[in-house]
Design a protein around this ligand. Structure first.
Ligand code: NAD
Length: 500
């Protein structure tokens, strides 16, 4: 693949950062390969993008919703055309196996199709007034300029989860892609241009969180911030937005779990746990770092789970049978090693020691092996309660359904949960008592679909899951009432006479 030079897209024009500085995006499977370079934007560049979005807002909101949907439909056609090339780019820039890169792009395509279809769906509501001669409506109006700040791990899907519903509703957008995957962000910008979106409606500004991202959040002319990423950054953005009286929808990390009950089908349990722990090398927000298991099944489950983890094929994502690609960067590896070290310090019984994998072709990438251990739950544990974002997995024994749910809930997060059981009373108890935004029975804790809400509770999110939640986040729901009579009648029987 040749090195790609990404540019900012501002007011329909390709622009360098005003400083002229650029940064590199490296292939995590082989750091000698530069996937591309991108402008290292600062506050002034963001200011220009916000001005462009503000200027484009009135024209864009004035189009019919159906017309805006047609632009998104055109964008979907282009994604379909470029499906394989985009999938390859995802693998190249963020290391996922090709089939996962493709799933990322397919999910993005599904979102484009879903949002384009929503253009022709009922949009507001008609509601009866207390007064017969009044018509009352609930309408949605765009909030204005939306700043989208996105992570690297779904570099095609997540930007579109947030940008497309915003655009359909008549908002204009500034996207700040992750500094780890700017080239994927740039390809999206090129497709937006090719799809014919009017200048300034969608702008893309590359750069680092503390410069470009921070300015987007603090700019007085961004009306909404849609953030997806880590708890530390998300929580910080929430605080900045609260001080500015700015609305933000925040989707953050998780400390998810597969809960295996005493009656579980072990084939399903082992398969679900393996997919939940090791898909995307444990770098999904819905990855399970915890397998909470009833002690009755623990010995047999553990034996089979370790055997499955040993089978996991680690390699370059473009090699056909690779199951786990590399971690995204050196910081990801350091975080994984730190969690492994802490597990040992907390007294874990280590089943698989993990560690960096440097053999042969993997020498120049960020490859690591599954780290699997057993540890009793404790409310003071670090490793059982903080996101590792890597193939770092605890098997946690419990003796009852109630204890399983208590252990599951005992973190600051509440994103994804899978329960493995044949007993409807057990999954029903878990459904009703566990804190999660995405729940599964006899499935892994991964597997989002775009037309279902996707987001978390507690420290995993502030309640605006994509995609449905994004429609709510980027619109004001307003009441609008029309009188058809020749006199004024007020609700609650209120007198309309000026004097009695
Ligand atoms: P991150 O928080 O490091 O970065 C996310 C984005 O925030 C990047 O674009 C970054 O440049 C920007 N950013 C960083 N500091 C900023 C600041 N001070 N102001 C404004 N923007 C700033 O996350 P990451 O490493 O890219 O992604 C991994 C994390 O994302 C994990 O915690 C994962 O669980 C989470 N995630 C959550 C979801 C979800 O839907 N809940 C989905 C995917 C990933």
């Amino acid at each position: 693949m040749k090195t790609i030079e990404a540019m900012n897209l501002i007011r329909g024009q390709w622009r360098e950062a005003s400083s002229g500085e650029r940064f590199e995006s490296l292939n995590p499977a082989d750091n000698r390969q530069i996937v591309g370079t991108a402008p290292k934007s600062k506050a002034g560049d963001v200011d220009e993008a916000v001005a462009a979005a503000r200027q484009a807002f009135e024209g864009w909101r004035s189009l019919s919703r159906v017309k805006r949907g047609e632009y998104i439909d055109q964008f979907a056609q282009l994604m379909k055309r470029d499906l394989n090339a985009l999938s390859e780019l995802v693998t190249h820039e963020c290391g996922k196996p090709f089939n996962e890169g493709k799933a990322d792009v397919v999910e993005a395509l599904h979102m484009a199709q879903y949002v384009a279809g929503m253009a022709r769906m009922p949009h507001g509501e008609i509601i009866d007034s207390e007064i017969a001669d009044k018509d009352a409506y609930i309408l949605r109006k765009p909030k204005g300029v939306v700043g989208c700040i996105t992570p690297w791990n779904f570099p095609i899907a997540i930007p579109l989860w947030v940008a497309l519903p915003s655009l359909l509703e008549g908002n204009t957008v500034i996207l700040k892609p992750s500094e780890d995957t700017p080239i994927c962000g740039h390809r999206l910008a090129e497709l937006f241009v090719e799809a014919g979106f009017p200048a300034g409606v969608i702008n893309v500004v590359h750069g680092f969180g503390e410069d470009a991202g921070d300015r987007l959040v603090r700019h007085e002319q961004t009306d909404v911030i849609l953030f997806t990423g880590s708890y530390a950054v998300g929580h910080h953005i929430e605080q900045v937005c609260a001080q500015m009286h700015k609305f933000c929808a925040i989707e953050m990390g998780g400390k998810n779990a597969v809960i295996v009950m005493d009656d579980a089908n072990l084939d399903i349990a082992v398969h679900a746990a393996t997919l939940s722990a090791f898909k995307t090398s444990g770098q999904r927000c819905v990855t399970s770092n915890r397998i909470i298991i009833h002690e009755k099944l623990e010995p047999e489950f553990t034996k089979r789970f370790i055997a499955a983890a040993r089978e996991v094929k680690i390699g370059n994502g473009m090699t056909p049978d690779t199951f786990m690609g590399p971690l995204i960067n050196r910081q990801g590896v350091e975080k994984y090693l730190m969690h492994n070290q802490k597990a040992q310090e907390e007294g874990a019984e280590i089943f698989l020691p993990g560690g960096e994998v440097k053999e042969g072709d993997l020498a120049h990438g960020h490859f690591v092996a599954p780290f699997v251990y057993r540890l009793k739950h404790s409310s003071s544990s670090y490793v059982l309660r903080e996101e590792a974002f890597s193939p770092h997995v605890a098997v946690i024994p419990v003796s009852s359904l109630e204890e399983a749910v208590h252990v599951y809930n005992d973190t600051k997060y509440g994103l994804s949960m899978a329960v493995i059981t044949e007993d409807y009373r057990k999954w029903r108890y878990v459904r009703d008592h566990a804190d999660f935004g995405v729940g599964y029975v006899n499935l892994p804790s991964i597997g989002a679909e775009v037309h279902l809400p996707f987001g978390g509770v507690k420290g995993s999110g502030n309640g605006h899951p994509s995609a449905m939640g994004v429609f709510d986040a980027v619109t004001h729901k307003v009441a609008f009432t029309v009188n058809h009579a020749t006199e004024i009648v007020l609700a609650q029987g209120l007198s309309v006479k000026l004097r009695s």
